[in-house]
Design a binder for this molecule. Sequence first.
Ligand code: FE2
Ligand code: FE2
Length: 193
Amino acid sequence: MTKSVLDTVQRWLSDLPRGLRDHIHRVEEISEELARAHQVGHDRVRLCAQAHDLCRAMKGDELLEKARELGIPVHPVEERMPILLHGPVAAELLRREGLDDDAVYQGVYYHSTACPGLDPVAKVVFLADKLDPHKAKRYPYLGELKVAALESLDSALLEFLTREITSFLEKGQLVHPASIEARNELLMVSPGS
Ligand SMILES: [Fe+2]
Ligand SMILES: [Fe+2]
């Protein structure tokens, strides 16, 4: 990992609103706990956790404009919900700053939707992001999810995606196809399926 990327992340972090920095810090701590439980590289997980929401404070139209400028393919679902682009935009901006770790890039890029073939680093950060205790209202099953995540990243991810997709469907909301594809992949490899 080049030092310039680490410096860039620290610099961008320090410019974020306080509430967002606090969330990122909690995600970093939970990521470290999950990384320890599953022997996933600490440094990469820490960087991925620190970087995942670097563009979370950007407005929707700004994200769309940046995504187009960076050559990120924008799905119609993302056009409708541009907030989904805060991961892809952060990942691409960091790549241009010298980020050369594909797992960290993938973890930042897909931390909102997930996708098939996620690296363990990305799985850890995806789950840690949802396990922030401040999200307990949004995810009332957070306690169970934490227990599952400490046991198996894949089972926890499958459980989360099933609940999340079901909730979107029940509310008549759009579902990003990457989430469906991620769940299909996990279902096909999970025992008993
Ligand atoms: Fe995010
Ligand atoms: Fe987050």
